[in-house]
Ligand binder design. Structure first.
Ligand code: AMP
Ligand code: ZN
Length: 113
């Protein structure tokens, strides 16, 4: 999409350090990190979120999860632990309506409930 920040980063229009890039996704550091390691795993495809993923989206998210696991190893948080988060819709506080997975680790993360 034209004005989507993640599409623009993916197209190289907004300079951003890519920690990983393949034909289906790329990985950048979150600009406002909530943990020592805070990465975003972002598909090139502009899906707005998890709603109505379809078969193709299911496969794509499988790949994103695999990349997240790989990145956790590279960031050295695989053994200490990490959290993957997908925000979906207004109640989650989703700010960028281009699907992505947050990977956070490198400290003891707050309890969820
Ligand atoms: P979400 O609430 O899941 O939509 O989160 C979007 C995330 O994208 C937030 O944590 C932002 O800090 C992050 N973000 C927004 N713009 C950029 C950018 N240009 N580079 C890196 N991270 C960004
Ligand atoms: Zn987009």
């Amino acid at each position: 999409m034209q004005d989507c920040i993640f599409c623009r980063i993916g197209r190289g229009e907004v300079p951003s350090l890519m920690l990983h890039r393949d034909e289906r996704c790329f990985v950048i550091r979150d600009i406002h990190p909530l943990a020592p390691t805070h990465l975003l795993i972002i598909p090139h495809l502009h899906l707005t979120g998890l709603n109505g993923l379809g078969a193709h989206g299911e496969q794509l998210f499988g790949h994103l999860m695999a990349v997240a696991g790989e990145m956790a190893g590279r960031e050295r948080v695989a053994a200490t632990g990490y959290r993957l988060v997908v925000n979906q819709g207004p109640d989650s506080g989703q700010a960028v309506t281009h699907a992505h997975i947050h990977l956070m680790g490198g400290k003891r993360l707050p309890e969820l409930g």
